[in-house]
Design a protein around this ligand. Structure first.
Ligand code: NAP
Length: 283
């Protein structure tokens, strides 16, 4: 990679950021597309975010990804917001067009693409149960409604958060029915069997299981998607496969949200599978 004064710079702001797979995914895609560009991880704390976003204009960066803890705070620092990002209330991508910063959220489209590619699932007309009620769940909920899921349930450990999320999002989508639950022992009997279960919580990241029979919520022939991708397989996916359900981890979503950001910055899609392969195998 030959860097010059003409090289386009994109990257990611986060704290921590050193663990992020995005630099290797995006740089692999940049290289295979033959672009004169580079993707750089920047360790940016919450108190530095305002200056860092202003720096996008000052240094003419083409754009940036945002990860923990900046996805919500950054909404207040851009000039414009994409419609879907407004509904989600969080952004993971900024595009800098001649000094005008526009915020997007590509997690939702990343999820829908991964569901199609990894599980062959089109959510239109389906019953989907989301575990969690944090930022990733908000993006998933909006994307599922926009893709015309028939019913979406949200189950969270802290029930007030699932209630609040449904109250906020449901008035925007008359074509979808909603329900909210506590993520606890009563969930399995409360919810009718679903076509698709999606874990949007951090459970599994440390190898732990839910300690609840959440897979019982899925009907025979249904599928399970876990946004967590390390360790592979998570305890949830292991259990789903043991029951004969289709199951996929979050690596496909990670690469699909990255592909959508690449398209926004460079106006073209990256070569198919390059990001996924870089995320999974490191090249
Ligand atoms: P967040 O806003 O902090 O939300 C965390 C969620 O996890 C909350 O609903 C929280 O419930 C729940 N939770 C945490 N520990 C729990 C436990 N021990 N038992 C039950 N619930 C628990 O985080 P986020 O941004 O939504 O991210 C959530 C996960 O999704 C992370 O693992 C992240 O890596 C993953 N993710 C993956 C992708 C991808 O591309 N694959 C994209 C985005 C996020 P409470 O409300 O009760 O605290």
């Amino acid at each position: 990679m030959q860097l010059t004064g003409k090289t386009t710079v994109v990257g990611i702001f986060g704290a921590p950021v050193a663990h992020s797979l995005s630099p290797r995914m995006q740089n692999a895609a940049i290289k295979s597309s033959g672009l004169d560009a580079v993707y750089v991880p920047f360790h940016v704390t919450s108190t530095q975010l305002c200056d860092a976003v202003a720096g996008l204009r000052a240094m003419s960066l083409r754009g940036i990804n945002l990860t923990i803890p900046h996805k919500e705070a950054a909404c207040h620092l851009v000039d414009e917001m994409d419609k879907q990002a407004v509904l989600i209330g969080a952004i993971n991508t900024i595009v800098n067009k001649n000094g005008c910063l526009k915020g997007y959220n590509t997690d939702g489209v990343g999820l829908l693409n991964a569901l199609k590619q990894e599980l062959g699932v089109d959510v239109a007309g389906k019953r989907v149960l989301l575990l969690g009620a944090g930022g990733a769940c908000r993006a998933a909920l909006v994307a599922l409604c926009q893709a015309q899921a028939a019913w979406v349930g949200v189950a969270n450990r802290t029930r007030e958060r699932s209630q609040q999320l449904i109250e906020e999002i449901s008035p925007n989508f008359s074509g979808t029915a909603f329900a909210e639950y506590e993520l606890g022992p009563s969930l399995v009997n409360a919810s009718k069997p679903v076509d698709l279960l999606i874990n949007t919580t951090a459970v599994g990241l440390k190898g732990e299981a839910f300690g609840l029979p959440v897979v019982d919520c899925v009907k025979a022939g249904g599928a399970v998607f876990d946004m967590v991708y390390t360790p592979e397989p998570t305890a949830l996916l292991d259990e789903a496969r043991r029951r004969g359900l289709e199951a996929a981890d979050g690596l496909g979503m990670l690469s699909a949200q990255g592909e959508a950001a690449f398209q926004l910055w460079f106006g073209r899609a990256p070569e198919a599978h390059v990001m996924r392969q870089a995320a999974r195998f490191g090249f």
